[in-house]
Design a protein around this ligand. Structure first.
Ligand code: SAM
Length: 325
């Protein structure tokens, strides 16, 4: 089977599919006033199935379900099961804020979800509530503990690194991962169309964490071919790992291996690209599969070498909930 390849020789086995733009959190860097857009009009289960079949035929082997908050979809278990039934998809991951984790995660796992990413920006309950707008910290930690017992291939926690908010928590996270086989990922705050002030106040390069890890005896690990953008660090005395996602680092885009489709069916070649390519018109009938695959492959020719974030150009992305972070 071929994988999609662009003009810079990059392969794209990894699709990030947004299931909804809606979110029930109010993270200061994303949707500080909450989501107030439409709650309908997102791709249906049937449209998602056709889209995924096309991507599988083009060599996609890893799928991430995201949003918005994907657990807001009532048909989430069916969407996961449909994807799991497609031969060729080896990994089905989902990124969630974990609000319903303790109640739902076993169903997601049983339906075929293989990997879980849970967003938790702080190990401190008061800080967590200040960032997200909700006092859910204890139930989130319970849900994570519960998830660890289910046999996922991987459980990862996402923490956006925020200057003056959570930039002093590395040692607490190291104690957390000492006995737990999971990976905590620090994501460097990205500037989007709507968060310029927040970004100016709280952005901190992920390299500050890298320096602390190295000084504590942690070392970099090898990156798998379909791995996400994180650089991972390990230490022999710890069961877990720490990952760093540094989108402003030189060469970050050289390792790009993923494409995105929005909850309304637009192909996005880059999280911070200047345009989306509508695919939804070709998701209405099984007869359009060939045309759909041709459109996706042709558009890949337009993928740029890199984003322009370091020059403050955030493309058409007002916030990550709109594209699927
Ligand atoms: N609602 C889900 C969640 O909370 O994980 C999935 C969508 S959310 C957009 C995916 C991830 O992107 C979360 O870990 C979130 O913290 C992160 N994120 C959102 N906006 C960001 C930004 N401007 N910079 C860096 N990470 C961001």
């Amino acid at each position: 089977m071929t994988t999609l390849t662009d003009r810079f020789g990059r392969h794209f086995p990894y699709l990030r599919m947004s299931l909804t733009e809606a979110c029930n959190y109010r993270c200061g860097y994303c949707l500080p006033d909450g989501y107030d857009g439409p709650s309908r009009g997102f791709l249906t289960r049937g449209e998602i199935g056709r889209l995924l079949r096309a991507f599988v035929a083009l060599g996609m082997s890893k799928l991430r379900l995201t949003g918005g908050e994907p657990s807001l979809r009532r048909d989430l278990v069916d969407v996961i099961a449909d994807a799991a039934a497609l031969p060729g998809i080896r990994k089905i991951a989902m990124t969630t804020n974990g609000v319903v984790l303790a109640r739902r995660v076993a169903d997601w796992h049983a339906a075929g979800l293989t990997a879980l990413n849970v967003s938790i920006d702080s190990l401190d309950a008061v800080r967590f509530a200040a960032v997200t707008g909700f006092d859910h910290h204890a139930q989130l930690l319970d849900g994570i503990e519960h998830s660890l017992g289910l046999g996922f291939a991987s459980v990862k926690l996402n923490a956006v690194l925020l200057r003056g908010v959570n930039d002093d928590e590395l040692d607490a996270w190291l104690e957390y991962v000492r006995p737990r086989a999971l990976s905590v990922r620090y994501i460097e705050l990205m500037r989007t169309g709507e968060n310029a002030d927040y970004f100016a106040r709280h952005h901190l390069p992920a390299s500050t964490i890298a320096a602390q890890l190295l000084s504590r005896g942690w070392s970099r690990t090898e990156r798998a071919f379909d791995a996400g953008p994180a650089v991972e660090y390990a230490h022999p005395d710890y069961a877990g790992r720490i990952g760093l996602i540094a989108p402003y680092a030189p060469n970050f885009c050289a390792g790009c291996n993923r494409l995105r489709v929005t909850a309304r069916g637009d192909l996005r070649l880059c999280l911070f690209g200047e345009f989306g390519v509508p695919l939804r018109d070709l998701l209405q009938s099984d007869d359009d599969g060939e045309t759909l695959r041709a459109r996706i492959a042709q558009q890949l020719g337009l993928k740029a070498a890199g984003h322009d974030l370091h020059r403050g150009n955030t493309g058409i992305t007002p916030h990550l909930a709109s594209v699927g972070g």
